[in-house]
Design a protein around this ligand. Structure first.
Ligand SMILES: *Cc1c(COP(=O)(O)O)cnc(C)c1O
Length: 399
């Protein structure tokens, strides 16, 4: 099928819950994608920070094929070797003690919310159940996670929402201090808010959050669904801050493109769940875990995190050059290869212009361009991408 035919078919048979761009990718390799009409694109979206090793990384493809021939699914009624190996790898490379596996970021956060509630019930009694999250956050699309998400647009129309969530402005310690009380069981934050506009937590904020949580007997949950697995130039974003969360959640890049989510916990929190407390039919299945194992092995043994730091700096500096050139650019921020460029104009114009010239970027919150290429993107590809953005911006400035 060509692009037109695929779009027609999708429009006829799929629910209209996505505002889709009229592009139908059919093949990928590294940081490159091809659509159904054979047009090539440089992919600086990576399936929204999913394809960390680029499209169709050979080690990941081989791991999936090999595992698929052996055992795809069995159930958590039994012990699963790749699941135990993946848990070991995540634990040994983080400050966490134990893992639970699921299939997405929303599910990982749902599990974290349930763990925090249960922990507080067991340790402190029935009245400690409130979860504080940040405004402009994003935690998923299940009923509990849209409630955790501090943006009304995701909640509208789905009321009544679950009780026990409270919101505070991000990077505002005083507001958090005032919001936290004896009823607070957890504070849940993204170290860098991805969907909310690439907003980076300050060191001072993270230090303060940790102190406030400790004083209140509240668990600190980091939603690292987007920031985890090397994206920010560390394997996990909490490493930038030297702050140990009690729980972290992962998904997006964890399976190198294959769906898998994880919730990791530390200390007493890791021991709370008992048989029957939480479960997932597909969570931690052999195939997903084999894909994640291969992805993590590549990232850790291939020193991808170090590489991401270096190439991220090249991209950051190139974006700074653009900032110096165009006065409609308001800010450039982020860490590693999770970078944002805030504009005084609508981002869609730039995104559309880039699409036409064969570059995929995306825009969050209406006016922040987000750059999330594969972690293995080459410096040549970075220069190419910024060249295209420059052309699009120059044309816009002229008109
Ligand atoms: C994408 C994302 C989620 C939701 O993940 P899904 O896999 O779509 O459920 C949750 N939190 C953050 C920070 C995300 O970026």
């Amino acid at each position: 099928m060509n692009t037109k035919e695929i779009i027609k078919l999708g429009d006829k048979y799929l629910m209209r819950n996505y505002g889709r761009i009229p592009l139908a990718p059919v093949e990928g390799d590294g940081a490159r994608l091809w659509d159904a009409d054979g047009k090539e694109y440089l992919d600086f979206v990576s399936g929204i920070a999913v394809n960390a090793l680029g499209h169709c990384n050979l080690a990941v493809v081989d791991a999936i094929c090999d595992q698929a021939k052996k055992l795809i699914h069995c159930s958590n009624l039994y012990y699963i070797e790749p699941q135990a190996l993946l848990a070991k790898m995540l634990v040994e490379n983080s400050v966490m003690d134990k893992a639970f596996f699921c299939n997405s970021g929303g599910e990982a956060n749902e599990a974290a919310i349930k763990l925090a509630r249960k922990y507080a019930k067991v340790k402190h009694g029935p009245d400690k159940f409130e979860i504080i999250t940040a405004l402009e956050s994003f935690h998923g699309r299940t009923l509990a996670t849209i409630t955790a998400t501090g943006q009304p647009k995701y909640q509208k129309g789905f009321e009544p929402l679950p009780e026990g969530f409270k919101y505070v402005p991000f990077n505002d310690l005083k507001a958090l201090e005032e919001a936290v009380g004896p009823a607070t069981c957890a504070v849940m934050l993204e170290p860098i808010q991805g969907e909310g506009g690439v907003n980076v937590a300050t060191q001072e904020y993270m230090d303060g959050v940790k102190k406030i949580c400790r004083k209140a007997g509240a668990l600190l949950i980091f939603d690292e669904v987007q920031t985890g697995i090397g994206r920010t130039g560390r394997l996990f974003a909490y490493e930038h801050y030297g702050v140990k969360p009690d729980i972290i959640t992962l998904a997006k890049a964890l399976g190198g493109g294959f769906p898998i989510g994880a919730m990791l916990a530390r200390g007493d929190a890791a021991k709370i769940f008992q048989p029957g407390d939480h479960a997932s039919t597909f969570g931690g299945n052999p195939l997903a875990c084999a894909a994640a194992l291969a992805t993590l092995e590549e990232i850790i043994e291939g020193e991808v995190v170090e590489y991401t730091n270096a190439v991220g700096e090249i991209l950051y500096n190139k974006l700074l050059e653009l900032w110096g050139k165009y006065d409609f650019i308001k800010d450039v921020r982020g860490k590693g290869l999770l970078l944002g460029m805030e504009l005084e104009i609508e981002g869609k114009k730039i995104v559309d212009g880039c699409l036409e010239k064969g570059l995929l970027i995306n825009c969050v919150g209406g006016n922040v361009l987000r750059f999330i290429p594969p972690l293995i993107v080459s410096s040549t590809e970075v220069k190419q991408a910024v060249g295209i953005i420059d052309e699009v911006m120059a044309r816009l400035k002229k008109n």
